[in-house]
Design a protein around this ligand. Structure first.
Ligand code: BG6
Length: 482
C-alpha cells in the first residue's frame, strides 16, 4: 500500500522557537520569553532543570537581553516569513504546522478585545501559505502562554485558564477558520507533568504548600477540558474542520526481559497513552484514576466535565516521535537524555550529539500501537534530529540527517503498508530554530541552515543544506524516492 495521494508532507515549527520579535506588534511576554539558555542539561535531574521560581521570573522581566533568553529572538521568522515560506514551497511542502502565539492575540491573556496586529500577522502567513497551496496545520498552544496568567493564577492550575483559552481559541477559529482546517489544541499535552512551567505556567513556589503535584494534575485536567471545549467551538465555527490531539510518543522498552523491567516499561507506556485515551475515548482510563488516588492527587471535576470530555473527542491523533526510551529496574544503569525526559542507554541504538537514541523501528512500533489501540487517523507532526552542522564553503553536508530521515520514513511506510491510516508527516523542524529544552541555536534540526550562533551572533542568512534537495525529492515522489 502506498501513501495516500493527498499525504501531507511538510515541516513543523512553533511560534516561540522561530518568530523572535518578542516585544513587537503589541505582543505580550510569554513563559517562553523567560526561558534561559541552558546548554548542559543534567540527565540525573532533567525535570529539576525546567523548574522556574518567582525569583527567576522577576530577574527575567527586569532583563531585556535576548542573549540569555534566546527564544525572544528566535530566528526572526516574524520578519522573514515570506522568504522562509518560499523555501518551504521550493521543497514542495504540502503542509506547514505552525503555532499561534497566544500573546500576539491577547498580550496578557485577559484583554476583552484581541490585538489586531497579531491577527493581521497570522492572516498574512496564511495568505502566503495559500499562495503556494500549503495546507496549514495550526497548534493553538505550543510551549508558550501569557506570562501574566502564570503570575496571576499560577497558570493552568486555576480553572480561569479554561475560559481565557476559549476566548483565545474562539478568535482564532473565527479569524483564521476560512484558511485553516487542521487544528491541534495542546502540543505534547502530557509534558505538563515533566515541565509544568513551560506547558502550563505553574511556578513551584506559587503553589500552596504541598500542592505542587496536585496543581500539575489539576492543570492537566483543565487543559483536557479546554481542549474538548475548543473542539466543540471549532466544530461550530469552522466548516469541515479536523481537530486533533497531540502527544509526545514516548515508546518505552524494557532494558531486559526481567519481569520487573517489563513491568516498568508497561507502566511508562500506559502513563503515556493515558493522555491520548482521555482525548480519544473521552474519559480517564481506570488505571490512571487508580494511580491518581494512590498518589493522593485529588482532581476537582466539575459536574459537567465527564460529559464535556465524552462529547468532544478528537478526529485524529498527532504525535511527536524522536527516539525510543528504555527503562531498567537497576538504578546503576547509565542514563541518557531524551525528549523532555531521560532513560537508560539502549545498547542496540546509536545516539545523537545530545544523547537522544535513534530508533526508526520505534516509529513503526509507535504507529502500529497507536492505530491498533485507537483506530482513528494518525499524523506524525514532529520527527527529526538535532545535530551540530558545519558550513564548508557555503555548503552543509548533513548526511547524518538524511540517514535519520530516510530510515524513519522507510519504517513509516512499512507501518502504512501494514494498514495504518496516516494523514501526513511534518518534520521537526524544516528550518534551524531555538531548541526548546536548551535554548541553543547550535542544536540544529533544519533542512535550511540559519546563520546565527548560540549567543545570537550571525547574519540570519538562510542556506540550503544537502538534506534540502533530498527532502524535495522525497516529497516529489510521494515518499518513493528515499
Ligand atoms: C518537542 C517540542 O518536544 O521536541 C518541540 O514539541 C521541540 O518544540 C522538539 O523543539 C525538540 O526538542 P529540543 O529540545 O531539541 O528543541
Amino acid at each position: 500500500m502506498q501513501l495516500r495521494d493527498d499525504f501531507l508532507w511538510g515541516g513543523a515549527i512553533s511560534a516561540n522557537q522561530v518568530e523572535g520579535a518578542w516585544n513587537e506588534g503589541g505582543k505580550g511576554m510569554s513563559v517562553a520569553d523567560i526561558k534561559r539558555y541552558k546548554p548542559n542539561l543534567d540527565v540525573e535531574d532533567y525535570a529539576g532543570q525546567h523548574q522556574i521560581d518567582s525569583k527567576m521570573i522577576k530577574e527575567a522581566i527586569a532583563n531585556e537581553s535576548t542573549k540569555f533568553y534566546p527564544k525572544r529572538r528566535g530566528i526572526d521568522f516574524y520578519h522573514n516569513y515570506k522568504s522562509d515560506i518560499a523555501l518551504f514551497a521550493e521543497m514542495g511542502f504540502k503542509a506547514l504546522r505552525f503555532s499561534i502565539a497566544w500573546t500576539r492575540i491577547f498580550p496578557t491573556g485577559e484583554e476583552n478585545e484581541p490585538n489586531q496586529a497579531g491577527i493581521d500577522y497570522y492572516l498574512a502567513i496564511l495568505k502566503e501559505l495559500q499562495k503556494y497551496k500549503i495546507e496549514p496545520i495550526v497548534t493553538l498552544s505550543h510551549y508558550e502562554m501569557p506570562l501574566q496568567l502564570s503570575l496571576k493564577y499560577n497558570g493552568w492550575a486555576d480553572r480561569k485558564l479554561v475560559e481565557l483559552f476559549l476566548r483565545f481559541s474562539k478568535i482564532c477559529f473565527e479569524q483564521f477558520g476560512d484558511y485553516v482546517k487542521y487544528w491541534l489544541t495542546f502540543n505534547e499535552i502530557d509534558s505538563v507533568s515533566r515541565h509544568p512551567f513551560i506547558t502550563a505556567g505553574i511556578v513551584e513556589d506559587q503553589s500552596a504548600k504541598g500542592e505542587y503535584k496536585n496543581d500539575i494534575y489539576q492543570a492537566l485536567h483543565h487543559q483536557y477540558i479546554a481542549a474538548a471545549l475548543a473542539a466543540q467551538k471549532c466544530r461550530q465555527v469552522v466548516s469541515d474542520c479536523k481537530i486533533g490531539a497531540m502527544i509526545t510518543k514516548l515508546t518505552t522498552y524494557p532494558h531486559t526481559c526481567k519481569p520487573e523491567d517489563v513491568e516498568l516499561a508497561l507502566q511508562s507506556n500506559l502513563a503515556n497513552l493515558a493522555h491520548a485515551d482521555i482525548q480519544i475515548k473521552g474519559e480517564y482510563p481506570e488505571l490512571y484514576k487508580k494511580y491518581l488516588i494512590k498518589e493522593k492527587i485529588d482532581i476537582k471535576f466539575k459536574e459537567a466535565d465527564k460529559q464535556i470530555l465524552k462529547e468532544n473527542t478528537v478526529d485524529f491523533l498527532s504525535f511527536s516521535y524522536y527516539m525510543s526510551r528504555t527503562v531498567s529496574s537497576d538504578s546503576s544503569k547509565e542514563k541518557t537524555a531524551g525528549n523532555t525526559m531521560t532513560g537508560v542507554k539502549n545498547p542496540y541504538l546509536e545516539s545523537t550529539d545530545w544523547g537522544w537514541q535513534i530508533d526508526p523501528v520505534g516509529l513503526k512500533i509507535s504507529l502500529l500501537e497507536l492505530y491498533d489501540r485507537y483506530q482513528i487517523p494518525l499524523m506524525i507532526v514532529e520527527n527529526g534530529m538535532g545535530a551540530k552542522d558545519t558550513v564548508e564553503a557555503g555548503k552543509i553536508h548533513d548526511n547524518y540527517r538524511i540517514d535519520y530521515f530516510r530510515e524513519h520514513l522507510r519504517e513509516m511506510k512499512k507501518a502504512v503498508e501494514m494498514g495504518v491510516e496516516l494523514l501526513g508527516y511534518t518534520s521537526w523542524a524544516p528550518i534551524d530554530c531555538i531548541s526548546v529544552s536548551t535554548s541553543q541555536m547550535s542544536k540544529r534540526y533544519g533542512f535550511i541552515y540559519v546563520d546565527q550562533d548560540d549567543q545570537g551572533i550571525g547574519s540570519l542568512k538562510r542556506l540550503k543544506k544537502d538534506s534540502f534537495n533530498w527532502y524535495k525529492k522525497v516529497i516529489a515522489s510521494n515518499g518513493e524516492n528515499l
